[in-house]
Write a protein that binds this ligand. Structure first.
Ligand code: MG
Length: 282
């Protein structure tokens, strides 16, 4: 793949992300994919999806896990339901994430990603057991020759760094999403990127506007089309350049309720990224 290959977040079946056809029609050469439901995580489904990608000249760069019962309705609900942090579902979700890693291996994909959830306070019992569970997952993923990329946004950069350091495994990295830092109100995305940049192995190109100050951190900011928000795409890409990042630039546009607009916005985002890439990487 060329440096800063344009990508889009897609899905194998009914998960988050656009259908593969959108990437194909827009001529986008790489995808991250949302893992399919358990019943379709089969060898036959993997072979069929991989063939569709190969026929379209599309490389799969990361497979993201998601779980039944997760809801992003508001920040409090997200904290209660998302990722490996909720204790009632943790063991089952770690098991499912291992199965997603096995499915990603069938796709020939070297990385799996996830929102791990709102990492608890350092030193708490829940934090300690999350460390143990995460190591267990990482050891399975390592046997598949893969890394885990943690999606950013639910923690500050400092807390994420502490957690990754405390886990102490060599295959735990970061999928940096600048818009999530704004949406969750967890910090200036460029400053966060500078702190965690040495661990960034994949990125989302997504944009957002801050929530008003009085509700920031408790109410969502708003996701907007790339280039129309508060991230500052040129600064974002120049920061990635300074950090030595040359991996894919994966566009994420989370408006699944409006597929026409989603496709249009992804096309516009791809054009913006191609223009900036030409200017910055010349
Ligand atoms: Mg993201």
């Amino acid at each position: 793949m060329q440096p800063w290959s344009i990508g889009v977040f897609a899905s194998v079946d009914a998960g988050l992300g656009v259908h593969l056809d959108v990437a194909k029609e827009l001529g986008i050469p790489s995808v991250q994919v949302h893992a399919p439901h358990q019943e379709t995580r089969t060898k036959a489904a993997a072979d069929a999806f991989l063939k569709r990608c190969q026929d379209a000249g599309i490389t799969i760069t990361c497979v993201f896990g998601g779980f039944e019962g997760e809801s992003y309705a508001d920040i409090a609900t997200t904290a209660r339901t998302v990722g490996l942090v909720p204790e009632a579902t943790r063991a089952a979700r770690i098991q499912e994430m291992k199965e997603i890693s096995d499915f990603a291996k069938l796709l020939g994909c070297p990385a799996v990603g996830l929102h791990i959830g709102f990492v608890p306070e350092r030193g708490s019992a829940s934090y300690q057991s999350l460390l143990t569970g995460t190591r267990d997952l990482l050891d399975h993923v390592a046997k598949n020759g893969q890394n885990v990329h943690l999606e950013t946004g639910q923690e500050t950069a400092d807390h994420l760094l502490e957690f990754i350091g405390d886990v102490g495994r060599s295959n735990l990295f970061i999928n940096f999403d600048p818009a999530n830092m704004i949406l969750y109100g967890t910090g200036n995305p460029i400053e966060a990127l500078q702190k965690v940049g040495h661990l960034v192995r994949s990125v989302h190109c997504k944009d957002a506007k801050w929530a008003p100050l009085d509700v920031r951190g408790t109410a969502w900011g708003s996701e907007v089309a790339l280039g129309e928000g508060d991230v500052g795409m040129e600064t974002y890409l120049r920061t990635l350049l300074d950090l030595g990042y040359r991996g894919p630039l994966t566009i994420e546009r989370e408006i699944a309720h409006d597929r026409d607009r989603q496709k249009r916005d992804i096309g516009t985002a791809a054009a913006l990224l191609q223009r900036l890439r030409a200017e910055i990487l010349k």
